[in-house]
Design a protein around this ligand. Structure first.
Ligand SMILES: Nc1nc2c(c(=O)[nH]1)N[C@H]1C(S)=C(S)[C@@H](COP(=O)(O)O)O[C@H]1N2
Ligand SMILES: [Mo]
Length: 529
């Protein structure tokens, strides 16, 4: 049939059934490919970990039987990832074909199918390690674009071929004459190609930042020049429900303003020490790793930790003293603050003297024997014993500007939080329950970083304060476990705890809110004997 005779889309014979089917299937494939392209672009730009294709692919890998994985590796070697992506794209196209067919036959069944596939994409992405709040975005955008394209395209195909509709004038713009049909197929083809190009672009964009993430597992930390002894057995009580003395990286609390975790290629990272210094100093990751690194235990905590809260964790850090790096730059007289800046612009203002005294204020590269996890500041962060995180613990740190409190304000200080942020002595009850003795078992942690905990007392209801047993001190910079077995009659009780620092300061019962510089007050917990 020659198409040149018909141009204006007016026809009394709609496309035959099989032609309509070809069009609807093409529409479905094109919509799916455009959608997946949009999804991969979004994923590549926003967070490569959320690529729905890669997540579904990874899901398939997880679910696939061992032999299937072996076959993949045998057939494709290390190229199995692109192959998997290609296969998944083909699968999406096949689902798209089905959706197009269904949407044309029985709308909105194609849209429903798209919804289901989108949901699978969201779930696959959300269940990957490191999923964040932006993770579902890519799949949702992809699903939305697919639905939009699918409904628009299938609307142009006219009606399903049924005998009673054989002589029905087609709606304006519907695909009818062969020219229009060709135009339609060409449009579908262009959309499909654009979709595939977008998938490739998304993978390409994502790959560069994924390289940074892969870099974490590539980092080999040097042996510490100064090691810290393993925690003595006496520093931990074996009590169910008591916070472990050292927090695992996975369980470590996380607080930051970063919607998208900064991804830094360590080979491109450097730290600049600038501002009120005799000479600027720049140090690369390689140079930092070559320095004599020191291990230390420091308990980090957030100023937003309410009494009894869990925004506090303890780790064994590996890093280099900031004091020694500052010495290279030689701060000028009059400077009293170091404004540390993260790659994403976040800042903390730390008293200069705190970074120059003998405490373990470090540029940390290691956490519990591993490189820093991305969420905890990879490749380099600050750790400063004795200060809340918001004035000291800059993750993804790239600049230390020596300056003055009078001249600049850091991120949270401009928002009403205290300028200096020394930690306050606090204690927490993790465990309060009846025990075999007929009384109650209480246990928890107490902290006053860089001062140390001398003792802990507990109180049942409004009784006498009694001394709790403290575990051995790991370091004055870490929290300290405590436990107590106390007599308690049958019934409901309230337990309270308070700590005394090594400087003799008794924790105050005055309740203070977290704003502006940290909560105070006694933690209490109800229990029944
Ligand atoms: N770049 C950057 N670093 C940051 C923050 C941030 O928002 N951005 N938050 C700080 C705060 S308020 C705290 S309490 C600690 C928390 O560190 P963590 O997430 O490793 O526990 O990081 C600090 N470092
Ligand atoms: Mo914090």
């Amino acid at each position: 049939m020659s198409g040149s005779a018909q141009r204006c889309g007016i026809s009394v014979t709609p496309m035959s059934g099989s032609r309509n089917q070809v069009s609807s299937i093409s529409a479905g494939v094109a919509s799916a490919l455009v959608g997946v392209g949009a999804a991969e672009l979004v994923a590549g730009i926003v967070s490569p970990g959320s690529s729905p294709l890669a997540s579904i692919g990874a899901w398939i890998i997880d679910l696939a039987p061992g032999w299937a994985k072996d076959v993949m590796v045998a057939l494709f070697g290390t190229g199995d990832k692109p192959v998997l992506i290609t296969l998944t794209v083909l699968g999406v196209a096949a689902l798209g074909a089905l959706a197009g067919f269904l949407q044309h036959r029985r709308p909105p069944s194609g849209v429903s199918l798209t919804g289901v596939v989108t949901l699978v994409g969201v779930i696959a992405a959300m269940t990957r390690p490191g999923a964040g709040i932006l993770t579902p975005l890519a799949a949702v955008v992809g699903g939305g674009v697919t639905v939009l394209a699918l409904t628009r395209l299938t609307r142009r195909i006219g009606v399903p071929a049924r005998p009673e509709l054989a002589v029905r004038p087609v709606v304006a713009g519907a695909v009818s004459g062969s020219t229009d049909r060709r135009g339609f197929l060409r449009l579908a083809g262009v959309l499909s190609a654009a979709g595939i190009a977008a998938v490739a672009a998304g993978q390409f964009i994502g790959a560069s930042s994924r390289r940074a993430l892969d870099a974490i597992s590539d980092v080999v930390l040097p042996a510490p020049a100064t090691t810290v002894a393993a925690p003595p057995a006496g520093a931990s009580f074996a009590i169910d429900g008591l916070s472990p003395l050292v927090t695992s990286n996975d369980a470590f609390y996380r607080i930051d303003t970063a919607l998208v975790v900064p991804e830094i290629d360590p080979s491109e990272w450097s730290l600049l020490i600038t501002g009120m210094v005799e000479q600027e100093v720049r140090i690369t990751f390689e140079e930092l790793l070559a320095l004599p690194l020191e291990e230390s235990y420091t308990t980090l905590m957030c100023v937003s930790n309410v009494v009894g809260g869990d925004l506090i964790s303890n780790a064994r850090w590996l890093g280099y003293p900031i004091r020694d790096l500052l010495a290279r730059a030689t701060p000028l007289d009059g400077a009293d603050m170091v404004l540390s800046r993260s790659t994403d612009g976040w800042t903390a203002g730390t008293p200069l003297e705190v970074l120059q005294d003998d405490r373990n204020a470090i540029l940390a590269v290691g956490m519990n024997g591993a490189p820093l996890p991305a969420e905890h500041g990879f490749p380099v962060r600050m750790v400063v014993p004795g200060l809340y995180g918001y004035v000291s613990a800059t993750k993804w740190v790239v600049t230390l500007e020596v300056t003055r409190f009078a001249d600049v304000q850091a991120y949270w200080t401009t928002r009403g939080w205290g300028e200096r942020g020394p930690v306050k002595v606090e204690s927490r009850i993790d465990v309060a329950r009846a025990d075999e003795s007929g009384g109650a078992l209480l246990a928890g942690v107490a902290w006053a970083q860089h001062t140390g905990i001398a003792g802990v007392e507990v109180q049942i209801d409004d009784g006498e304060w009694v001394e709790a047993e403290t575990a051995d001190e790991l370091s004055i910079d870490t929290w300290r476990q405590w436990r107590a077995t106390v007599p308690a009659a049958a019934g409901r009780h309230t337990a309270r705890v308070r700590a005394t620092t090594s400087a003799g300061e008794v924790q105050t019962s005055d309740r203070a809110d977290v704003l502006p510089d940290g909560a105070t007050g006694y933690h209490s917990r109800d229990f029944t004997v």
